[in-house]
Design a protein around this ligand. Structure first.
Ligand SMILES: [Zn+2]
Length: 410
């Protein structure tokens, strides 16, 4: 009995230590002792559990000026893998990442979103099995799964919230389907939220308050407050595309309302205005093409769209006081015309205190990579919590016990 208690104590301590290493709060033995308040021998013992499982590595020695070299502890990036997908209306991009996260393999399958969740999730599952096989990794190596969907989602139950472009998905337990297939925790998240998380963590690691605006064919945004994604009560926080402004001749939006930001500045709305001027254009990509061909009408409309985005961004800045606004999406390809308008309106309308240190910057990652890495990031952060680490260690122990007799026979 004493042994069982001892084993339990050992694992539960290991989870806390690993979460301290993963979050960067403590990355050496002495720092772990200091932050955790545990004795040196206890820390050594619990680290042994993590080393044995292959969860951590002792990295190169760092040499702080004048100080003694320290062995740095770090997560073993190839301890496990994460399965991620970006589900769009016509394609699904799937990938496997390590725990950095970095993309190991990726692939694209054509789909029709109208086929419904069951058919599309089957495509995704098949692809995951293939990708795992290519990497010679097993189901047991999967730390978690995350799907990015173009809809508001209930992050906690793994379902889509209400009717959206994803017809039939709102009744389906999306997360549970893949969780059962791979025996791994599965998250679903709104696609813009994933891009937001990826930009925030990869390129603005010290920024706690960040607003991401996706300016593509449609317009949306993601909000990071105190380093966490802000989702709102129904998963639709950040839906700035359908904020209405009273304007003269307010244009009709795709949502049926008049004067929405998207109906004035979305790629589809700019394309509409270009068609009215005799150009062929249907979406944000066509708009970018025309700007790159130096068509003054297209350049003007993108500049004007930047000012509309600036109008709504100014309101958001007054409300949330972010330190950084990152603007991504297809239209950012012509950032020289888009960002000027955003900056102009934000600095004009906001209080100097809110804009004194505010940075407005283009997204640094392309949408697909950002989304896939954001999905992996979400899984990794969830799985690096102490309780989740205990589960992983437990699963690892069982897996090791199961393979032992098999090895003995060989
Ligand atoms: Zn609208």
């Amino acid at each position: 009995m004493g042994g069982a208690n001892h084993a339990l104590g050992l694992t539960s301590g290991a989870g806390i230590l690993l979460s301290l290493i993963a979050s960067g709060q403590a990355q050496s033995r002495s720092a772990l002792i200091e932050v955790s308040g545990l004795s040196r021998s206890t820390v050594t013992e619990r680290l042994a559990t993590l080393f044995e499982a292959g969860f951590i590595l002792e990295g190169e020695q760092s040499k702080p000026s004048g100080g003694r070299p320290t062995n740095m502890l770090q997560i073993n990036q190839s301890f496990g893998v994460v399965l991620v997908s970006d589900v769009g209306e016509t394609h699904v991009h799937s990938a496997v990442t390590d725990l950095e996260p970095g993309l190991l393999v990726e692939t694209t399958d054509p789909i029709d979103i109208g086929d419904g969740p069951q058919a599309i999730l089957a495509v995704i599952a098949r692809q995951y099995w293939k990708l795992l096989k290519r990497l010679k990794r097993a189901k047991e190596d999967v730390l978690g799964i995350c799907l990015g969907l173009p809809a508001p989602v209930d992050h906690l139950t793994g379902r889509v919230f209400g009717p959206s472009v994803l017809a039939g998905w709102d009744d389906f337990a999306v997360g549970a389907f893949l969780a059962a297939e791979f025996d791994a925790p599965t998250l679903i998240e709104n696609d813009v939220n994933l891009m937001t998380l990826s930009e925030a963590r990869r390129f603005w690691p010290d920024v706690d308050q960040l607003l991401f605006i996706k300016a593509g064919t449609g317009i949306g945004s993601g909000i990071v407050t105190d380093r966490r994604l802000y989702r709102g009560a129904q998963g639709v926080a950040g839906d700035i595309g359908h904020i209405q402004f009273s304007t003269t001749n307010a244009p009709l939006c795709r949502c049926g309302k008049l004067g929405c930001v998207e109906a004035r500045a979305g790629g589809w709305a700019i394309a509409r205005d270009l068609r009215a001027r005799g150009f062929e254009a249907k979406d944000a990509r066509d708009v970018v093409d025309l700007v790159r061909k130096n068509r003054p009408e297209a350049i003007n409309l993108v500049r004007e769209a930047g000012r509309v985005l600036g109008e709504v961004a100014a309101d958001v800045v007054s409300l949330l006081n972010p330190s950084v606004i990152v603007i991504g999406g297809t239209l950012i390809a012509v950032e020289e015309y888009l960002l000027a308008g955003v900056r102009e309106l934000v600095y004009q309308r906001c209080l100097p205190l809110a804009t004194r240190t505010l940075q407005i910057a283009p997204a640094r990652s392309d949408l697909r990579t950002g989304l896939l890495l954001g999905a992996a990031q979400l899984v990794i952060e969830a799985r690096m919590q102490p309780a989740a680490i205990e589960q992983t260690l437990e699963r690892h122990r069982k897996g090791a016990a199961a393979t032992r007799p098999q090895r003995a026979r060989q």
